[in-house]
Design a protein around this ligand. Sequence first.
Ligand code: PNS
Length: 161
Amino acid sequence: MTHAVCPGSFDPPTLGHLDVIGRAAGLFDRLTVAVLVNPDKKGMFGIDERLELLRETTAQWPNVTADSFHGLLVDYCAANGIAAIVKGIRAVSDFDYELQMAQMNHGLTGVETLFMPTSPAYSFVSSSLVKQVASYGGDVAHLLPDVVAAALADKINSTGR
Ligand code: PNS
C-alpha cells in the first residue's frame, strides 16, 4: 500500500491546500494530511480546530486522514510507514527552501519528496496572506472552503484580529 503525507501548518487550510491534497489523494492508496505542532509559533487556529477543518474539507476523499505531529517530519514518516512527502509548489520562490528540506529529509532517512505544482488559480494564495487580508476586512471567501471562510470570519469577529 502506498502511503504519502502532505505536511504543513494549515493555519487555516485554503483552497490551494485542498487542490494539492485532492490531486495527491488520487496518486496514493492513502494520504495523511499532517499538521505540525509548533510550540514556538502560536497560530490563529488551534491544532484541534485545524484538524477539524481538514477533516471536514477532505471528507470527499475517503483515503485521506488528518493527523498532527511533533518534531521531525522524517520521524513521523518512519513511525507511520510513509514513503513519500508531497509538497505544493506555488512559484519559483517556494522552490529554494522546499528543495533544501527535501534533500535534508532524504539524507536523514531516505524518504522521498514529490513536488506538485499548484493550480495557477491558487498560485498566490497563502494562509498568512489570507489571514492578513481578512483581518483588514478584505473578502477572501473565494480562496477558502466555505467552512473555513466561516471559521475565519468567526475568529476575526471574536478576537478582533
Ligand atoms: O505550511 P508550512 O509552515 O510551510 O509547513 C512547513 C513544514 C511543517 C512542512 C516544515 O516546517 C516541517 O516539515 N517541519 C517539521 C520539522 C522538521 O522536520 N524540520 C526539518 C525540515 S528539513
